[in-house]
Design a protein around this ligand. Structure first.
Ligand code: ZN
Length: 274
């Protein structure tokens, strides 16, 4: 057994027996990890009161390899996300980040990029004058990349040409294949599998989000209808590619607020064509 220290974001915490908690963390050094916090609900326990979802902490724990449950012994704030608790939309999106990480990441699998992506997202959600839906879209795109299903916004799946957003008013996205069909190709097709129409403005923003830093993407002025279209896109895309994301409970608040509702499968024909 060794004593370890790592940065961690609390994903969830459940009460255990009279005074303890079982906490799921996403950690910088050990990926997702569950730990017992003995006496954490004792009112005198300073470290226990910090073990709440969304908190970004430095924790010390006793680690034994191949054990399902580690033992956490102390915690302190790395950063306190003050604004997150006062804005329902920001809170709901932040909670969706935690839910997604909890569902797609595996125990004890270190991924510094995903950890940084999560912390950057929470920091940007906590920053005034950012666009919370942009943060979700950026997170979803880059997480998909980390998990091996990066979406492509550049090339038409059918003709292989670069999609020219000066000429196209929209493209037809094939979620399953992570790529788009240009309008000309789509109009020529007799049979296509299900596609999602995506506006040229949305595609242009998605392209920019693959290049921008998290901070710049969060602050990028994007018209509200495009923000909604992008959030829908990412939500549907993640669900299509991950069995574990069929339902993201914490996103319900945001999705209910979206207009128009999630558009999916505006297919000419349901058969598997292209
Ligand atoms: Zn084409």
């Amino acid at each position: 057994m060794s004593i370890e220290k790592t940065e961690a974001v609390v994903l969830r915490a459940v009460n255990f027996r009279d005074t303890s908690k079982i906490v799921t963390f996403y950690t910088r050094r050990y990926g997702k990890m569950s730990a017992m916090a003995k006496g954490a609900r004792n009112p005198k326990s300073k470290f226990g009161s910090l073990l709440q979802p969304l908190n970004y902490l430095q924790i010390v724990f006793y680690r034994r390899e191949n054990r399902d449950l580690q033992f956490v012994s102390s915690s302190e704030y790395v950063r306190y996300f003050k604004s997150l608790t006062t804005d329902m939309l920001r809170l709901s999106i932040a909670m969706a980040h935690l839910e997604i990480i909890n569902r797609v990441m595996h125990d004890e699998e270190e991924n510094q990029s995903v950890f940084n992506l999560l912390v950057d997202s929470l920091t940007n959600l906590d920053t005034p004058d950012t666009f919370p839906k942009n943060v979700f879209v950026y997170f979803g795109l880059h997480l998909a990349d980390e998990l091996g299903f990066k979406p492509d916004f550049e090339t038409c799946l059918a003709c292989g040409n670069r999609i020219d957003l000066e000429k196209e008013s929209k493209v037809y996205y094939v979620m399953q294949r992570g790529g788009a069909i240009c309008e000309a190709c789509f109009n020529r097709m007799v049979q296509v599998s299900s596609v999602t129409p995506v506006s040229a403005s949305a595609i242009s923003t998605l392209r920019s989000f693959t290049e921008l830093s998290p901070k710049d993407a969060a602050a990028k002025a994007v018209a509200e209808p495009i923000q909604n279209e992008l959030s829908n896109f990412v939500f549907v895309y993640l669900r299509k590619h991950s069995e574990t994301l069929q339902e993201i409970k914490s996103l319900k608040f945001m999705v209910a607020a979206l207009s128009p509702p999630v558009r999916e499968a505006a297919a000419k024909d349901d058969s598997e064509g292209i």
